[in-house]
Write a protein that binds this ligand. Sequence first.
Ligand code: PXP
Length: 251
Amino acid sequence: MAAPLRLGVNIDHVATIRNARGGGHPDPVRAAKLAAAAGADSITAHLREDRRHISDADIDRLSSEIALPLNLEMAATAEMVAIALRHLPQACCLVPEKREERTTEGGLNAANQQEALRPFVAKLNAAGIRVALFIEPDHRQLAAAKALRAPVVELHTGAYAEAMGAVRDAELDRLVRAAAAAAALGLECHAGHGLTFDNVGPVAAIAEVVELNIGHFLIGEAVFSGLDSAIRRMRALMEAARAPRAAPRPA
Ligand code: PXP
């Protein structure tokens, strides 16, 4: 039977809305508390180099006020690693970051940056932080994660989420094969980016994937139905996709 599937709720875009006007409303920490009450397993926040949404003060408060595990998404830089070592979140997900991008476009090219990443992964590992690399569903990247001793990979589901028809089927197939390869290498497998009510099912059904991190859609949907309802519905869809299929009755 597949392992339980956890939901990490990414609250970055509550901060995006707050920052559109300055001030303190809406408060991402309040959203994190609501997410916890709605059944989230962890809170994910991306502290970007340009602080466009989550701020250092948000990370301080998320670390001290939230009972759920914090998954800190960040670029692999000395500044970010120092912040992580100060706060000791349960998990850190290393992501590529470009100033001009609107969101995290593509996974980390761990295969080409092994020497640069190695000391950062080692420092986070030594501090007891569970390190994930956000990578494309690609065997070279999985092998690099293994070589870097990162215990976790998060597969970038953006290409799957944006595709349609046969291209989407092919992207799903890449995710399925990468998740199996991750498990065979002894890597814990997570997935995320661009997941919605409509496309979460096939990813949630991949038995080796044990955590999904979902943000933008949930915060957008919360405008219409409330955050509690959006999270509960997402969980229900994840659980339905995960449920063992009934065995066909013998003829
Ligand atoms: N996982 C990682 C590593 C990400 O960088 C993001 C986007 O911040 C997500 C998951 C969530 O993506 P989305 O906001 O599209 O649900």
